[in-house]
Design a protein around this ligand. Structure first.
Ligand code: NAD
Ligand code: APR
Length: 236
């Protein structure tokens, strides 16, 4: 049904999670075989507590993540979504991902709920740097403060502008397509429900069960995201 709904909808919005980028080579968090959180406790590494009290391990973990987002690239699925925005097939993307791959692929209307690993900022003065500083093992600002990734850590609130854009888009959507998220983290996982309550059809594309499958009008579990987007793109 997704192909027909995509053709007939007037305001389709796409919502992506880490599963959107596994075909680029980035690990996701919770899938059974490769999820990052199968090996590490997020509260011990992806939190403000870790940044303040365990800064060496925090920086080592995020330097690895920064190497990933600099070494890997958007795959064809990201490029298709960017092309669909240009052609008016979709209106916007709400993403939990911090890899910046939607923008690198050419998508313009992107709400980055959890910030971006493409940037760092100083803990003390807020000055912004490209995250390649971590690759060069530069961890301090010119003011002497510590440089941290510009992502939302557990325990932090989400960026207001991205949150507001996501809220407006979820409320306007008449078709809301989730691609590659377990929908297990609040407040991000509220947007599919907001769209549904505003009258949108909800489609969830995910290789494993998600927390909101019960609310979906269609669940697609038998195709990887990249393959599905190519099939839909090729469709007349
Ligand atoms: P993150 O920014 O991706 O996630 C931080 C999490 O904290 C977010 O999910 C955010 O919603 C959550 N959060 C914020 N406030 C909250 C609250 N009040 N209650 C509950 N949750 C709240 O960074 P991370 O969690 O540290 O992820 C680990 C690393 O894995 C990331 O640095 C990322 O680069 C990497 N990774 C990225 C991708 C990708 O971007 N495609 C995929 C897999 C892994
Ligand atoms: N095709 C379809 N589904 C896929 C694919 C794929 N190619 N690759 C992975 N998946 C599915 C996995 O089965 C998994 O259920 O994508 C889902 C990704 O879910 P999570 O790993 O939980 O990632 P996400 O939902 O984005 O996590 C939310 O938690 O710690 C934070 O920063 C993290 O922003 C992230 C948030």
């Amino acid at each position: 049904m997704l192909k027909e709904w995509l053709r007939d909808a007037s305001y389709p919005v796409v919502f992506t999670g880490a599963g959107m980028s596994t075909e680029s080579g980035l690990p996701d968090f919770r899938s059974a075989n490769q999820g990052l959180w199968q090996k590490k406790d997020p509260s011990k590494i992806a939190s403000t507590d870790a940044l303040n009290n365990n800064v060496h391990e925090f920086i080592a973990f995020y330097r690895e993540r920064v190497l990933g987002v600099k070494e890997y690239h958007p795959h064809n699925g990201h490029l298709i979504l960017a092309d669909w925005e240009k052609r008016g097939i979709i209106q916007s993307i709400i993403t939990q991902n911090v890899d910046g791959f939607h923008q690198l692929a050419g998508s313009k209307r992107v709400a980055e709920l959890h910030g971006t690993l493409q940037k760092l900022h100083c803990q003390s003065c807020g000055k912004v740097y490209d995250s390649k500083e971590y690759i060069k093992k530069e961890y301090h600002c010119s003011c002497g403060g510590i440089l941290r990734p510009s992502i939302v850590l557990f325990g932090e609130t989400l960026p207001e502008d991205a949150f507001q854009l996501a809220l407006e888009e979820a409320e306007r959507a008449d078709l809301f397509i989730v691609l590659g998220s377990s929908l297990s983290v609040t407040p991000a996982n509220q947007f599919p429900l907001i769209a549904k309550e505003s009258g949108a059809k909800l489609v969830i594309v995910n290789q494993e069960k998600t927390a909101l499958d019960y609310a979906a009008d269609e669940v697609i579990r038998d195709r990887k995201i990249g393959k599905l987007l190519e099939e839909l793109d090729g469709a007349p």
